[in-house]
Design a protein around this ligand. Structure first.
Ligand SMILES: C[S@@+](CC[C@H](N)C(=O)[O-])C[C@H]1O[C@@H](n2cnc3c(N)ncnc32)[C@H](O)[C@@H]1O
Length: 246
């Protein structure tokens, strides 16, 4: 058995939050440090807010995620509000200076209806003047083409504290319009499969993003194409957005 709790531990092993070494983590950490109240939408195991608290953030920190096992892991960190739920179900009104979605959590919002409801709820949760910062993979970079076990960069071998030595890889099942459906496999090094996780992600372009954000009442402060705040170009792999509730 490789449980949901084991998978949450694996997530942190594969995705350590490290603003000292990861430019994307440093970018978000800077925004969080400057805000007195932060809502982390799709907080997962909570590493981003835990880092901020451990490094002196004294304001209100709230993490929201629908994944029970990830949130259980987040709850190891005290002094932060951990709330189980989806972005669309966020029920705060004008309480936050900053809302964030990291780790491409935004791409988990698949349907137009869910995107609209999620953006409306985040907008309502922000104070006037508050900002919503998130990133989404730029469709032009076709990141899904690297989610393939024949690409050595996709196959990770590591030792899990309770699961022992593991091999993890991805395979794409379908690409339909801007939706990419794929699965991740967690296996023993001999190939014995312990777990398969399926997911669909949406790859919106900047024009579609802007239209949805405007419809929800946001103004766009910035689009960046990289974590050093460079512009979005034909080579950008990310669309990094800062939107503001007027
Ligand atoms: C790849 S993880 C990113 C976690 C964390 N933000 C990070 O940077 O490590 C994506 C997260 O989005 C969450 N998620 C999926 N659908 C969501 C929704 N509708 N609303 C909020 N979060 C959602 C998942 O449960 C998962 O924890």
């Amino acid at each position: 058995m490789f449980t949901d709790a084991d998978a949450a531990v694996l997530y942190d092993l594969l995705n350590p939050w490290d603003p000292g070494h990861q430019p994307g983590d440093a970018y978000y950490n800077e925004l969080i440090t400057a805000a007195d109240s932060v809502l982390d939408v799709g907080c997962g195991t909570g590493a981003m807010l835990a880092f901020a608290r451990d490094h002196g953030h004294r304001g209100r920190l709230v993490g929201l995620d629908p994944d029970t096992a990830a949130l259980d892991r987040a709850r190891r960190h005290t002094g932060i509000e951990w709330v189980e739920g989806t972005a669309a179900g966020a029920a705060w009104t004008a309480e936050f200076e900053l809302a964030i979605m990291t780790g491409h959590a935004f791409q988990s919002l698949i349907s137009d209806d869910d995107l609209r409801a999620s953006l409306a709820a985040v907008h309502t949760a922000l104070r006037p003047g508050g900002r919503f910062a998130f990133e989404t993979r730029h469709p032009q970079a076709r990141a899904w083409e690297g989610w393939n076990r024949s690409d050595p960069a996709d196959v990770v071998e590591l030792t899990h504290p309770t699961g022992g030595p593991l091999r993890v890889w991805h395979e794409v099942d379908s690409v339909a319009g801007d939706l990419v459906t794929f699965h991740g496999t967690t296996a023993r090094p001999d190939g014995t499969v312990l777990r398969t996780d399926h997911a669909t992600l949406r790859f919106l372009d900047a024009a579609a993003l802007d239209a949805l954000l405007a419809e929800a009442g946001f103004e766009i402060d910035a689009h960046y194409g990289d974590w050093m705040r460079g512009p979005v170009t034909g080579a950008s792999r990310e669309i990094i957005v800062v939107a503001r509730r007027p």
